[in-house]
Design a protein. Structure first.
Lengths: 389, 339
């Protein structure tokens, strides 16, 4: 290679590329080091405490909703956990509901019924064009104003109560022997999965279709019911009752939670609806024509031909909407839902004053949640991707 | 790349101006800017809120105006930054304003860990409860099972936890970031009680649809000495702020007010003469003029005038002096002498 010899080694294309990369990396590292150094020096000079020791200190305040044991004597580390779980709860329930609404509205937009298609269109255009924070306030104050006070609660069979302090449900309390019921349920689910695999094999081999749904339902319901009867019904419920100024006992769904889930899921659904519509419209017309030529019903056509192909285009935007919903849940602080930002990046930050550490932890948590969601959705997307044979 | 790095370093360097100069660097900066930057509340009647022309008024606001008067002889040379309870300390630490004058409780952890310096007590307060009359509650001890609305990031949340735990009462805390949402949620019936400093309860009650339907319970469950705070690392600036507060109190004690300050210059009382700079020049070592107290009192008034105008009998709040009376009148307000 005569030309390579004429250029010195450090001026070759490859070497230059590497050198630029290294220089850039060094520059970025230097910048980060300078920032860290500057922050540390400033904190030192202003005599602001630093480090992560505060996570073991007693927090001293209460949190209205905690999914793990928490009280005033718990530590800031525990506050962090409570905050993360509350955020995950809103994100999870929100994602489930928004997916259902989003798909319904998205498919509705393509309906042949003029009224339904228009209404779905109006839904999308209205909700995605109003700022989310306003929608959260709307839901919150709409919920609060519509509901009665605790002494005038709406009750159902004296076990379920709804008032402006929340929705009170009977709380399950496991007694001795409840483990058997759980085991029976798990066994039923396992058996149903095996049955489904077997039924598929039978169908592919012989074309005979087994009544899998009914059999699976029986397998899942009957064993726990029998186990429960044998063990003497080991699940008791604590019934909410008026005590002092409010209801006590049972499970309570806070109005803040209801408003936040309602606002997040209806808002995000307007974007998901668009993704779904685009996905379905992206399936070539020939596919549906071929399906109807094969004699599939309209339902089968959607389920077996259109949706599986549309999903490939729906999943990537759907993922980013799930991430948006999770991140938007941090607006919870405006209506006093005790999410991560409210209890940890809010109250804890103020009590300890350790802004840098707390914000860094909070960002790391959101990043982890987002990357995990993303990884899961990418895995799912890869699974349903077109397998070319 | 090198240019970028050095630009970044320069930028970061500027963000951390060293606090080692001979005179107060904060005062130098204030004089250079031509105005004082003051962190105040987001709108608490009587303590800090803009009126319908956008002019800030209130007890905490007037304190900033007193400092501006001492420095510039002009109470209007202040820029106010409204801050929520949650961000106030971070904003002060970041140097967004020169002092925080925003009904903030002086506690050991804030004073010692946050890199702040509390300079005194401008208002002795305590945490109380606001409840609707129709709840038929006359004492905080009857609040068993109550849902209590409050602000996040306040000592209020901790006092509440302590009080209910000490009295073996159940409760739920609903904590909002902003005052307006707390009061809106309370007004919508979300909570049985609203808790914050008693002064705040009087002020926020005015925002309710029917203020007369709500009462403040007699229990005061905490000590809340409210005072201005400055960043640590500039002791001269802290002195200037502290002695502005003492000047307001000393002026009231010596009977110097905005109407008689010019006659008082002729007073034979040596204490008055020292305060007003007729004898001695106590303002000068702080970087002020010797008539600094005259400027303050003439423009803003003494402590008593500020109190009555903003939260006392001259205001809709009608709060009594109580613990905030001068020590001579049985209150707690006491300032060291000017000598």
């Amino acid at each position: 290679m005569p030309r390579a010899n004429s250029i010195p080694w450090w001026r070759t294309r490859r070497m230059r590329d590497v050198l630029f990369q290294v220089a850039l990396l060094l520059g970025v590292m230097l910048l980060i080091a300078a920032m860290v150094n500057n922050a540390a020096e400033t904190l030192q000079r202003q005599k602001i405490a630093s480090g992560f020791a505060f996570l073991d200190h007693t927090a001293g305040f209460d949190i209205v909703q905690a999914l793990v044991a928490y009280n005033e004597a718990s530590t800031y580390g525990r506050v962090l956990l409570v905050g993360i779980l509350n955020t995950l709860l809103v994100a999870f329930i929100g994602i489930v509901i928004t997916t259902i609404i989003g798909f319904a509205i998205g498919i509705g937009q393509l309906s042949k019924n003029w009224l339904i298609a228009r209404l779905c269109r109006v839904y999308v255009e209205t909700l995605r064009n109003i700022p989310l924070l306003l929608q959260i306030f709307f839901w919150y104050f709409a919920v609060l104003r519509a509901l009665p006070g605790p002494r005038e609660s709406w009750g159902l069979f004296d076990t379920v109560f709804l008032n402006n302090r929340g929705l009170y449900l009977p709380g399950p309390e496991a007694q001795a022997g409840f483990g058997f019921v759980v085991a029976a349920f798990a066994a039923g689910v396992m058996a149903s999965i095996l049955l489904a695999i077997r039924a598929r094999a039978v169908r592919e081999a012989t074309g005979r279709v087994m009544p899998v749904d009914a059999m699976a339902a029986a397998l899942i319901i009957l064993p726990p019911a029998v186990a429960s009867a044998v063990a003497g019904f080991p699940l008791h419920f604590s019934i909410p009752a008026l005590s002092g100024l409010n209801f006590d006992g049972g499970l309570v769904v806070l109005p803040e939670f209801m408003a936040l889930v309602a606002a997040l899921s209806t808002y995000t659904a307007s974007y998901i609806a668009e993704a779904v519509r685009a996905g379905i419209e992206g399936v070539a017309k020939g596919q549906t024509e071929a399906a109807s030529a094969l004699g599939l019903t309209r339902g089968q056509m959607l389920r077996l031909v259109v949706v599986p192909q549309a999903m490939r285009q729906i999943i990537p935007p759907l993922t980013s909407q799930y991430l948006n919903l999770t991140k938007n849940s941090s607006l919870a602080v405006a209506i006093a839902y005790p999410d991560l930002v409210s209890v940890f990046a809010g109250t804890s930050l103020n009590q300890t004053g350790q802004a840098i550490e707390i914000i860094a932890i909070t960002m790391a948590v959101y990043l982890t949640i987002s990357l995990t969601t993303s990884a899961f959705m990418n895995w799912y997307n890869a699974r349903i991707a077109l397998t070319e044979r | 790349m090198r240019l970028l790095v050095s630009a970044a370093l320069l930028f970061l360097g500027l963000a951390a101006v060293p606090a080692m100069a001979a005179n107060s660097p904060t005062l130098e900066k204030v004089k250079k800017n031509g105005y004082l930057r003051c962190g105040v509340s987001e709108g608490l009647p009587g303590f800090g809120q803009p009126d319908n022309k956008g002019v800030w008024t209130g007890l905490d606001v007037d304190f900033c105006r007193a400092i501006a008067s001492a420095i510039f002889n002009d109470p209007m040379k202040v820029r106010f930054t409204p801050t929520s309870a949650k961000v106030r300390f971070t904003a002060l630490q970041a140097g967004e304003f020169d002092l925080l004058s925003r009904n903030t409780t002086w506690t050991i952890s804030r004073d010692v860990q946050l890199g702040l310096e509390f300079i005194g007590v401008i208002y002795y307060d305590g945490q109380g409860f606001l409840v609707p009359k129709k709840l038929n509650v006359t004492s905080a001890k009857q609040l068993n099972g109550a849902n209590v609305c409050t602000n996040t990031g306040t000592t209020t949340e901790l006092n509440l936890a302590d009080y209910f735990r000490a009295n073996n009462l159940k409760y739920k805390v609903i904590a909002f970031e902003k005052n307006n949402e707390v009061i809106a949620a309370y007004d919508a019936g979300r909570c049985d009680a609203y808790t914050t400093d008693a002064s705040g309860l009087y002020a926020e009650r005015l925002k309710l649809r029917v203020p007369g339907d709500h009462i403040i319970l007699p229990e005061i469950i905490s000590k809340e000495p409210l005072g201005p705070a400055v960043n640590q690392g500039d002791p001269q600036w802290a002195d200037l702020v502290r002695w502005t507060l003492f000047a307001l109190l000393n002026a009231e004690e010596l009977g110097v007010n905005s109407k008689n300050v010019d006659q008082m210059l002729k007073s034979p009382n040596p204490e008055t003469r020292r305060l007003l700079g007729v004898e001695g020049a106590f303002g000068e070592p702080m970087g002020l003029t010797k008539d600094w107290v005259v400027r303050i009192v003439k423009r803003v008034g003494n402590y008593g005038e500020i109190f009555e105008r903003n939260v006392g009998q001259g205001s809709p709040l009608k709060i009594k002096r109580g613990q905030n009376a001068l020590w001579k009148n049985g209150g707690l307000q006491y300032a060291p002498p000017v000598r």
